[in-house]
Design a protein around this ligand. Sequence first.
Ligand code: SAH
Length: 480
Amino acid sequence: MIQKNDSFIVKIEDMTTEGEGIGKVEGFPLFIKDTVIGDEAEIKVIKVKKTYGYGRLMRLLVPSKDRVEPACPVARQCGGCQLQAMAYEKQLELKQKKVKNNLARIGGLTEVEVQPVIGMEYPFRYRNKTQVPFGKDKEGRIVAGFYAGRTHTIIDQEDCLLAQPVCKTIIHIMKQFMEEFHIEPYDEQAHRGLVRHLLIRNGYYTGQIMVCVIINGTKLPHSEELIRRLCGIEGMTSICLNINRERTNVIMGKQMVWLYGTHYIEDRIGDIRYRISPLSFFQVNPLQTKKLYDTALSFAGLTGEETVWDLYCGIGTISLFLARHAKMVYGVEIVEPAIEDARTNALANGITNAQFFVGKAEEVLPEQYRTKQVKADVIVVDPPRKGCDETLLETIAAMQPKRVVYVSCDSATLARDLKYLTGAGYEVKRVQPVEMFALGGHVETVCLLSNRKPDSYVHLNLKMEDYYRIKDAQKEQGKK
Ligand code: SAH
């Protein structure tokens, strides 16, 4: 039995998405922070659960040959990057392996080939969005930076190697402004104080900048002075407040107050211009986003004749990227302002064959299918980490598109959903991971599924009424 405070010598064999090394003692896995694959280390057990435990690195006996000196001075404490202590090519190999393992273990897809991750040439300074929490240190000074791993302790760090250099200037201006005008940062414990976070968005190609101050209140005193200072920065396009008075970990509230400039910034991916509002989702790595969408486009195999549904469409990024190559694209997204952006984006790019719906993908698509008998040749899904709702997968299976392109930010839920779709007559043809979060533990994956049934059969389509009759009957059976 392994117990707390026991010491062992372990070899690190794998790593978690959170960047902890995994070593085994008599087959029992231990997660050990600050270790990387290939390390041999002396560790002390700090917590034991039923099937796994946590260890602390006490002494590095033989460092892994894949270790590198992190470029960032706070890499070890900060929770932002997880893999900085590992050579970049090894990070990519690790991510490829993770996708492969999840597909096999969770999806039962042992035969599927997973391509090497499409990586970055320079894995720093790539983010177009930076969010920094504000708080106070023990001496009562204002601090701003990044949360330490798994905690809400703020590490005071104005420059982040993933962010654009201008963010440092903006954070510094904000800190000084708060000190000078005695504006209190938010205190999570006491639910008091005003300034919670600063959100900075940069247009990679346009150079436009948006600064949004998230406050626990309705007004920011002396905001005209803050605007004056921020406007000294080249590219400042939009300054706003976001009101979040809830006791919550969710960063943004729903209400906006506009202080300066436009209500959005613009950026480009390929030859499409996108309008981005503070509350809308937009991929954080613009260089890699182009590669991601090119992959999705090539997997979609469009000839110009297809009807495409783009589910979880955000501000219509993928929809518009595909629209030029398809007959018609329908986008579905839950965040209403994002859909407003999507519609504006379509207009601004002269795209007339795209239509957008506000709502949950798992409600809108079944509803459209049931009441309007809509069809799809290709369905693209790009869900958040929790993956697709089963009602949605059911509807996709019933609609029988020729191809499904699954863009995923979590290979575990991807594997679960692929298991469902392969069980419903689809075959996994291509799996292409793309690096979107360099130095972080996560990996994006684009997957092509094609319908195993011949085209002639697909076009007959499973009759909807039959499909739902079978489904309802199965549900009834389940209840009994
Ligand atoms: N395809 C877009 C956005 C992907 S992120 C892009 O590449 O930019 C996932 C999106 O799904 C977010 O915009 C989120 O708001 C949205 N979303 C989350 N749950 C949803 C649901 N149940 N139905 C529809 N959209 C949802």
